[in-house]
Ligand binder design. Structure first.
Ligand code: ATP
Ligand code: MG
Ligand code: MG
Length: 427
């Protein structure tokens, strides 16, 4: 992809926007861009530099992303709404063409990485709660104040705040930011690859050590890990490349497969509540380490059909009205609202799943399921909004297993707009 119209090749020490930003190391990449840690010589701080591929369709997408991110920054002057901040943007000419660049606040690891580092075991519920609260604050802001649908919410697109100052980064301990090209190192990229490999090896070793220690303690988490529990986990929503204004939708097929809402599969039109569906899938994944729905195609049925079957096995039969209401309904459902090609479903309710497969206590499972199930309503208009979720007892419980039921009465009073169904559905 490092060719005309594609990515811009960056070397450590490369300067951008008239020398203001200096590339330090690669942070990540996606289908549209590479993202670099850069030093901002004007503000003397670190930023994330997202360098878009140069072909026209990528430039178009970047302009759209910049438009949305500008509106997001403008509406949140105190930068407290849990959405990544756009600091600057400019064009950069390189051998592969003109690249639109976004300067974003520098954030840390994605939740996907966090899940991986937890060895897909699921996170402590109080942390899940903290993260959910951040995501909901972000979604509430996008939906209610701006009218933006994110359309690609998933663990990969939620980044933690940085707890490590990059100048104290283990690979650069004692080093100040690079503001010139490193001497005798014509190809920074290669060096970086070696460093990245080293870091990965180190991370693997650390993970192995932790599991060894766990095993030696009879499966219990070591003490030093427990002290992490007090940390206020904060995060921000990123990647607005697929986001849209709710009143200017331009795509039928949105969202990453596993986080896709049923109305998107059925093509019955969508709104803000698609983000709520993805939010619920993300919350489940944080708490268990497993994706809520991981559909696969098979003999005689498509991935879409498997996906809908998995949803029904967990959430009950899709209401007939919802099933037959989309442009694709006729391909997938018969006139009774049953799937045409997958006839036998094995029902397993969310709270039972949490108890039997993930070993949640009964109260933890019930409370978490009571929070998630309404958000996973097949009827999009019945799903609670981000604002309503922020009022939910589960989100406001201080520690798991106690305060949820106590708080219920108060919440019901405060939030008159929220139906009984949304508060109580646990089925
Ligand atoms: P996609 O294919 O997911 O649409 P993209 O090209 O639009 O990718 P992003 O998802 O915005 O790019 O960013 C790619 C990766 O770069 C992220 O997954 C993350 O690892 C890293 N990254 C992005 N923004 C930041 C940031 N503000 N701070 C730190 N790292 C970031
Ligand atoms: Mg992304
Ligand atoms: Mg993107």
């Amino acid at each position: 992809s490092y060719r005309k119209g594609g990515y811009h090749a960056v070397r450590v020490g490369d300067q951008f926007n008239g020398g203001r930003y200096v590339a330090q190391r690669k942070l990540g990449w996606g289908q549209f861009s590479t993202v670099w840690l850069a030093y901002d010589t004007t503000s003397s701080s670190y930023v994330a530099l997202k360098i878009q591929k140069s072909a026209a369709q990528f430039a178009q997408a970047a302009l759209h992303e910049i438009e949305l991110l500008s509106a997001i920054a403008k509406g949140d002057p105190s930068n407290s709404k849990c959405i990544v901040r756009l600091i600057d943007h400019f064009k950069h000419a390189g051998p592969n063409g003109q690249h639109l660049c976004m300067v974003l606040e520098f954030l840390g690891d994605s939740l996907l990485r966090l899940i991986k580092y937890n060895r897909y075991k699921g996170m402590e519920l109080n942390k899940v709660r903290e993260i959910c609260r951040c995501i909901l604050i972000g979604l509430d802001y996008l939906h209610r104040e701006l009218g933006i649908i994110h359309s690609d919410l998933k663990p990969e697109n939620i980044l933690l705040f940085n707890t490590i100052d990059p100048s104290k980064d283990p690979i650069r301990s004692g080093h100040s930011p690079i503001i010139e090209k490193p001497e005798g190192n014509p190809n920074g990229g290669v060096t970086m690859n070696i460093i990245e490999k080293k870091l990965k090896r180190r991370a693997r070793r650390a993970v192995a050590k932790i599991s060894e220690r766990r095993a030696s303690m009879g499966g219990q988490a070591p003490k030093s890990e427990k002290t992490m529990d007090g940390i206020d986990v904060r995060c921000k929503v990123v990647d607005f490349g697929n986001a849209c204004w709710a009143d200017k939708q331009f795509m039928d097929e949105i969202q990453t497969r596993q986080y896709r809402a049923p109305e998107v599969i059925l093509q019955s039109g969508y709104s803000f509540s698609v983000d709520m569906w993805s939010f619920a899938c993300t919350a489940f994944e944080l708490a268990t380490g497993d994706m809520l729905f991981a559909p696969k195609d098979g003999q005689g049925f498509s991935e879409d059909e498997d996906h809908l079957a998995l949803m029904m096995e967990l959430l009950g039969k899709i209401p007939r009205k919802v099933a037959i209401g989309g442009a694709r309904s006729k391909d997938l459902f018969d006139r009774h609202g049953d799937l045409k090609r997958i006839r036998r479903l094995k029902y397993w309710s969310l709270d039972k799943l949490l108890i039997e497969k993930y070993r949640f206590s009964e109260s933890e499972a019930r409370e978490f399921a009571e929070f998630l199930c309404p958000v996973l309503d097949f009827a999009p208009e019945k799903r609670p909004s981000a604002q309503q979720c922020l009022q939910h007892p589960w989100i406001n419980a201080s520690s798991s297993g106690q305060s949820a039921s106590k708080k219920e009465a108060t919440v019901e009073k405060v939030n008159v707009g929220m139906s009984k169904l949304q508060l109580k559905v646990g089925k």
